[in-house]
Design a protein around this ligand. Sequence first.
Ligand code: C2O
Length: 371
Amino acid sequence: TAPNSATSCAEASGLKNPREAIRGLSCCPPLPLDGNDVPKPYTFPTVAFDKLRVRKPAHLLVEDTAYIKQFNTAIQKMKDLPDNDPHSWKNQAKIHCAYCNGGYTQVETGHPELTIQVHNSWLFLPFHRWYLYFLEKIMGKVLEDESFALPYWNWDNPAGMMLPAMYEGNIKDPKNAIYDALREPSHLPPAIFDFNYANKETSPVLPDDEQKNVNLALMYRQMISSGSSTLTFMGGQARAGLDSKDERVRSLSLGGSLENGVHTGAHRWVGNSRMPNGEDMGNFYSAGFDPLFYGHHANVDRMWNVWKAMGKQLRLDGHIDPVDEDWLNASYVFYDENRVRVRVYNKDSVHTPTMGYKYESSETPWVTRKP
Ligand code: C2O
């Protein structure tokens, strides 16, 4: 059966220091204002091909003050919304906590004793795609500009291998909504992002050029050699009735090459090592509070498209989406930009132009960096 979530919700669990969880452990979304708890099926608005939202590399947007101002305004407006509004920044951030720290149970598929976990499996890419999709639509709504698109942290290109300055750098100011004080101070620009980063003790600081080369080789591995098949790239199978906390399930249901690699590396590298739970980026429950989370995941999302396009161009047969019914029919529940609670499916997430957006392209120099 496909794992389908989620209408019953509880507090976050699995934190190292739950008592010091400064972002709060309650991660359930507010109830629908009309009191109707049953999510509606979601249908896409039709978007003309020349009206697609275009996500651009964050490092190239740094001079675009109009865009940065808009981005900042959207986040500020969401931060200003009351806590019972599903569009508030806090409630959007908590979606990640609910789907990743045991907030939701598998009640709809008859396993209320088991929690939902969207990481370490083939749910990872589609869940995060949908999460960003609705956040972007909500930002467009608060800005009254449907063309608004998230930036992407272009870490796979050497020009983008540091924390993008628009999130920090010259606009470092606690009053700035894009800024998050809970980032690792020693990893701010101009430090080069270490894709392999685990922690201060075990991760040596390499000279910049060497670090970039290590990163490019790692990209090659994650996108091509280790990511050569559907399951090794997307992640192992997650089905209803499987307990993500069970060691045996864990050993079968592994994270995909991209998820386990640069994706996790960025969370560890950006999160503040002195915070009790690695807040914000270094922990599932708090990651969504940092605006950079969505820039990071936009590039992860872009890599899914790049991986499939490479499959066609280079005739890499394994670069295809799952066809298993349990993957296609797995679903999630979100509030859309009109505050309607909707259910969305993996099968509707496989083509981004259908979802109304695309990525401005950027070079992928790692394609020739076979280690
Ligand atoms: Cu849901 Cu980057 O993690």
